[in-house]
Design a protein around this ligand. Structure first.
Ligand SMILES: *Cc1c(COP(=O)(O)O)cnc(C)c1O
Length: 835
């Protein structure tokens, strides 16, 4: 039974769907806010919590997104346009309120309207929890891409998982990392809309068998499965002042009714409740491993759950419009795979086309391999996902059959291309043979995709010459580069209001949509008055950093000091260790009475370590121990302060990027695929000290050698050095490093914790140290000296700072997305239907 009297689709109920636009003025927004505050949340006059004002404002903003959201959807639906689906296990979205206000263009109106009611917008915004459904760069990239897609009005939908617990919260206890669960949904999420009507059924386990249809055709089917429901929750993704609202659809796992009824009544009530919990565990928690394979069955469940639900969702829509005619499917649909995490989409799309829609193999393969596109994010071999065939067989038996078939056909192609080259076949096989055979997910993605891209120029080249060399020789035309970018809305206009206003005044407002406009700033680097204004803004931003560091770390950062910041996941290849060794070196020199070119310097380091990554956690402890010694020493602390900022996340970066002078991008060359933190800092006028790695290379090309502090071995030199690396020889012949090692080995930073840093010391002295810390130490110290003396010349530094912002236009995610669209997606922008 439907409550609607008139069911014809062509005459939707005007009272429900053709509403007048909601007011966007001060008065109308105030009324909406008051309504939700007083009636929906029923807050009483004594309440002083920031939480209810946040909720009331969020709902008022959501209403205004909603009306535009429907029109965007309608325009896309009517045009029958080609669409892209961005499949990612991670979306590190951060806060939505301030972004929604900015993109709707109502920040100032709302601020005034709240102020008249005695409320401060900036305070209300801090009540929002970060949506932390990602580990780091890869997840944040997905979030920046969604923003750019909506801003460019491209029909791109994000698909991900609605984890109950996002990235863990990091606390410190005696300098050690403590992980606490992030129950971000506890107080409700005003930005999501549950869509139970689009629930999908996802299968696991069971076995496969043949059967004959009524025409005598033999098919394969997957039976006796344990099914789980995928319930979608939609999150609006607003474009910048263009009325486009795209969708991020996140799947949540729920038990099927069979759990609730059948098995419950079979007499095994407790076991059934446990089974129900098992099903719902799939989307319970985000795996906190950045750039590291984990190989746990639950993780494969998550990956398949996302892939299957998302592809079924696209299929449902396809069939609604086109019926069972798939001839145009590849022309109208594209799946972009964010790393190998959703690579199981390749055999899953095959499975649905073969088993659910009865296509022949060749036809299904043609569609699949012209629909999938794969982005690689790492060169670290330990991060390349492989799944034991054994786990596949019991969890996804039908998918394994399809993977074997894909592999057999692929290997015969390899054999035809390189007759008799058995070694090549073994190397390229989707199955790595051995005692416990593994499915190589990167190869599955490569074979099943029409496009394979790296995320910075160097990275894409290294893929072709290293990791994927065989595949490049077979299919050179598949390979391309898409240098990463970040959204200038969140990472400049929103997080740096002082600089935003200055830019608007001096070069107009077009830069928000066309970041190359920032180049107009370059001549102002020579304008003393402009430099002064730049300085004032930077100082105010440093004040915000200092305030945050004072409250969270109890360390005072003087504003005249060089703010030297390294925030990113803690990983050996990112070399936070090199940074802290330099800090120890500075400490040592100060203790010895040297001053030299030194200027006061505040070193801030932040980032989470994967809970099982012992070395990364030990590096956090070392940073904290060094901080305690340095900050407590009255001889040293006028010149040097050190702090570790706990729980680094998007909302913390929004404060740090604008208030940083020196951006640390010091990975071992050839290891950081791109980096995006480097771009956020550059946009906000920080100068980079960095190696020739990832996008640093392109940053340096754009800003010029004079405005970048370069050091260290190149990727090529790194590979060459490995063969004859002798760190102990380097240490013995580098007095500064010898002294640092001596202090560390004497236990100076762990007086009452004997030997705790021995694993770190051993790593530095190990000839097989993959990160070549000792090799780059001296070069790093020299670059730091150049940075320090440049900072002493205030005007010189300000010029560099201005030129960094002025040259950052290329690193807009709008440019990246325009390239994805030109080369891979080929979508036509669509404006939302008029109201
Ligand atoms: C940008 C960003 C990252 C990525 O930083 P890298 O320096 O590129 O590793 C990680 N985490 C957060 C919260 C970010 O905003």
């Amino acid at each position: 039974m439907s409550p609607f009297k008139d069911l014809t689709a062509s005459s939707p109920n005007d009272f429900l769907f053709n509403l007048p636009p909601l007011p966007m003025d001060e008065k109308g927004l105030a009324q909406a806010f008051q309504h939700y505050y007083a009636y929906t949340f029923g807050s009483d006059p004594e309440c002083r919590s920031t939480y209810y004002p946040y909720k009331a404002l969020a709902i008022a903003v959501r209403d205004r997104l909603m009306e535009r959201w429907k029109r965007t959807h309608l325009a896309c639906d009517r045009s029958g346009c080609r669409q892209t689906y961005y499949l990612s296990l991670e979306f590190l979205m951060g806060r939505a309120l301030s972004n929604g206000l900015l993109n709707l263009g109502i920040t100032d109106v709302v601020r005034r309207s709240l102020y008249d009611m005695g409320l401060v917008l900036e305070e209300i915004e801090t009540a929002e929890m970060d949506a932390g459904l990602g580990n780091g760069g890869l997840g944040r990239l997905a979030a920046c891409f969604l923003d750019s897609c909506a801003t460019l009005q491209l029909p791109v939908k994000g698909y991900g998982l609605r984890y109950e617990y996002g990235m863990f919260r990091q606390l410190l206890d005696d300098g050690y990392q403590i992980e606490e669960p992030d129950h971000w949904l506890r107080d409700g999420n005003p930005w999501e809309l549950e869509r139970p009507e689009y629930t999908q059924r996802i299968r696991f386990g069971g076995r496969t068998e043949n059967y004959q249809d009524q025409h005598g055709r033999i098919h394969r089917r997957w039976v006796e499965t344990h099914d789980v429901l995928a319930v979608p929750y939609d999150i609006p993704v607003p474009g910048y002042r263009n009325d486009t609202i795209n969708t991020l659809r996140l799947w949540s796992a729920e038990a099927t009714d069979e759990f609730n009824l059948g098995e419950f009544n079979a007499g095994s009530y407790p076991e059934s409740v446990a089974a129900k919990n098992d099903a719902e565990h799939i989307t319970m928690v985000l795996y906190p491993n950045d750039a590291n394979e984990c190989g746990k069955e639950l993780r494969l469940r998550q990956q398949y759950f996302l892939a299957s639900a998302s592809i079924k969702d696209v299929m449902r829509e396809w069939i609604r419009v086109h019926g069972r005619d798939f001839s145009q499917f590849a022309e109208k649909n594209c799946f972009q795979l964010n790393d190998t995490h959703p690579a199981i989409s390749v055999p899953e799309l095959m499975r649905q086309l073969l088993d659910d829609h009865y296509l022949e193999w060749d036809e299904a393969w043609k569609i699949t391999s012209q629909t999938m596109a794969y982005t690689n994010h790492t060169l670290l071999p330990e991060a390349l996902e492989r799944w034991p065939v054994r786990i596949f067989r019991q969890l996804l038996p039908r998918l394994l059959e399809i993977i074997y078939e894909i592999n057999a056909r692929f290997l015969s192609q390899v054999a035809a291309h390189w007759p008799g080259d058995m070694d090549r076949q073994r190397r390229m096989s989707l199955i790595e043979e051995g005692d416990d055979p593994q499915v190589r997910m990167a190869y599955l993605a490569l074979v099943g995709s029409f496009s394979v891209n790296g995320v910075a120029a160097l990275h894409s080249e290294l893929l072709k010459s290293g990791l994927f060399r065989d595949f490049y020789e077979l299919w050179p035309e598949k390979f391309n580069n898409k240098t990463n970018g970040v959204t200038p809305r969140r990472w400049l206009a929103m997080c740096n209001p002082g600089l935003r206003d200055l830019l608007n005044e001096v070069i107009g407002t077009d830069w928000v949509n066309d970041l190359t406009q920032l180049a107009q700033l370059a001549p102002y680097a020579e304008d003393a008055h402009f430099r002064h204004r730049w300085d004032v803004i930077k100082r105010a931003n440093k004040e915000r950093v200092a305030a945050m560091v004072a409250t969270t770390c109890q360390v005072e950062f003087p504003l005249d000091a060089l703010f030297d910041v390294q925030v990113k996941r803690i990983h050996e290849y990112k070399r936070q260790l090199l940074n802290i060794l330099h800090v120890i070196h500075l400490y040592n020199r100060l203790k010895q009475g040297h001053r030299g070119t030194d200027i006061p310097r505040c070193v801030l380091i932040g980032g989470k370590a994967a809970p099982g990554y012992e070395m990364a956690k030990l590096i956090i402890k070392l940073i904290n121990n060094v901080a305690v010694v340095v900050n407590a020493d009255p001889v040293v602390n006028p010149w040097l302060r050190v702090a570790f900022i706990p729980d680094y996340r998007v909302s913390v970066m929004e404060i740090l990027a604008p208030g940083t002078d020196l951006s640390e991008q010091i990975s071992t060359a050839g290891k950081e695929a791109s980096g995006t933190g480097n771009m956020k800092f550059m946009m906000n006028g920080a100068v980079t000290i960095g190696t020739l790695d990832g996008a640093n290379i392109e940053i340096r090309q754009h800003v010029g050698d004079d405005n970048f502090f370069l050091f260290g071995l190149t990727a090529e030199q790194v590979e060459h050095t490995r063969h004859h690396y002798d760190p102990n020889h380097i240490i013995a012949n580098t007095p500064a490093l010898r002294d640092v090692l001596h202090l560390l080995e004497s236990g100076h930073f762990n007086q009452f914790e004997q030997g705790i840093f021995n694993p770190i010391i051993r790593g530095i002295r190990d000839p097989h140290d993959p990160w070549l810390t000792a090799a780059d130490f001296e070069s790093y110290c020299h670059a730091q000296e150049r940075a320090a003396s440049a900072f002493q010349d205030r005007d010189h530094w300000l010029r560099m700072s201005i030129l960094n912002t002025a040259s950052s236009g290329y690193f807009s995610a709008d440019r990246t997305i325009a390239e994805y669209n030109r080369d891979i997606w080929r979508l036509t922008p669509i404006a939302p239907t008029a109201s």
